[in-house]
Design a protein around this ligand. Structure first.
Ligand code: TXA
Ligand code: MG
Length: 352
């Protein structure tokens, strides 16, 4: 038995479902440390956890969920002190964190230089979504592991978010190592996402009503409307002002390149390089073995590295569209497209 990623059969993993207990927490910690995937309960929905600092594991998480695109993920940590090692909190972000954490609030903040969370987890963005869940099992796993854990909802792409261990089992058995059963998620609705990047804006309505946040802040908050191509219930992050939806390199990307112009950079895939690869100023190979999990893990850091090399154009070799290749091509296409997408802002409409 196995599951089909489109390009290869992944061998089925024996998925263990274990009731939450100190021994299970220890087991979750070991699995996360070993780069494995662990589903666990939070107060909102069950999350599919992976070591946020390990791009390869994060690539495997995308494969297990069959996500067709790389949306940035939320880094979950045990407490505010751990969150402050990842992100820059301005005064308002700090007030919000102190008031609503632990709890179903996610804050999108500037990523700190030297932040341990990998490029794939944040889709190459300079911002990071952080959350401190208020669920004893989630808390204990995060505290035991001691590193940030990315955790999208533990469902297969296109299915509804799971609020019980058996939902996770139905979607992901055979693909992940461990499901920690902590009973039903009490809220059943994902966290509310606020961007604190200057002016606080609502990116995703969720378990904390907007009115609660507005009355706490004593004013209305801006709402960033999202695109209609929302996938996986999360959709793409749309961004007020300085918040960019996608990582956009300075250099122009030339997709499906079979030749290299003098002075271009080459973003390669597989063992067979174009005959004129010698023209390239710099070559980075996403995966010499032509392996999509490895390519996904390298994608954003290589794009940044090529950008840092100061080239005007990057020739990108063809990458197969199956399995994780779909998400890789999706992100490359967005990076190749002219700058930012059009972002819509709406003023909050208040019923008087
Ligand atoms: O309640 C929750 O938040 C659950 C539980 C498991 O914690 N998690 C969850 O994760 O809903 P996910 O991956 O399904 O949704 C994450 C959302 C996506 O819509 C993503 O676009 C947005 O967060 N996001 C993450 N990083 C972002 C960033 N840097 N800028 C804007 N949006 C971001
Ligand atoms: Mg989701």
């Amino acid at each position: 038995m196995g599951w089909d990623t489109g390009i290869s059969k992944m061998p089925a993993i024996a998925t263990v479902v274990a009731k939450a207990s100190p021994a299970t927490i220890e087991r979750a910690k070991s699995a996360l440390s070993a780069g494995r995937l662990v589903a666990f309960p939070t107060e909102t929905v069950y999350g599919l956890g992976a070591d946020a600092t390990n791009d390869r594991t994060v690539a495997q998480l995308y494969a297990a969920k069959e996500r067709p695109s790389f949306n940035p993920l939320i880094a979950h940590v045990a407490d505010l002190a751990a969150a402050r090692r990842l992100a820059q909190f301005d005064a308002e972000a700090l007030t919000l964190a102190e008031a609503f954490w632990p709890g179903p609030l996610t804050l999108v903040l500037p990523k700190l230089r030297g932040c341990a969370v990998g490029q794939l987890a944040t889709s190459g963005l300079d911002t990071i979504a952080v959350r401190v869940p208020n669920h004893p099992v989630a808390h204990d796993i995060l505290a035991a592991f001691g590193k940030p854990v990315v955790a999208p909802s533990a469902n297969r792409s296109g299915r509804v978010s799971p609020t019980a261990a058996k939902h996770v089992q139905a979607d992901l058995a055979g693909r992940i190592d461990l499901i920690v059963d902590g009973g039903a998620s009490p809220l059943g609705l994902e966290s509310t996402i606020l961007a604190c990047l200057g002016r606080t804006a609502l990116l995703r309505p969720g378990a904390i009503p907007r009115a609660t946040i507005e009355s706490f802040l004593g004013r209305d908050i801006t709402i960033a409307t999202r695109s209609t191509d929302a996938a996986d219930g999360g959709g793409r992050p749309l961004a007020p002002g300085m918040l960019v939806a996608h990582y956009a390199p300075q250099a122009t990307l030339r997709m499906n390149a079979s030749t290299v112009a003098p002075g271009e950079a080459l973003l390669a895939f597989g063992a067979a390089l174009p005959p004129d690869a010698g023209n390239a100023r710099v070559i980075l190979n996403l995966s010499g073995r032509g392996e999509l999990v490895e390519a996904a893990a390298n994608l954003f850091s290589y794009l940044r590295e090529l950008d840092g090399a100061g080239v005007d154009s990057v020739a990108v070799m063809p990458i197969p569209g199956e399995g994780l290749g779909e998400a890789i091509n999706d992100r490359l296409r967005h990076a190749a497209a002219p700058r930012h997408r059009v972002l819509h802002m709406t003023r909050p409409q208040r019923a008087s």
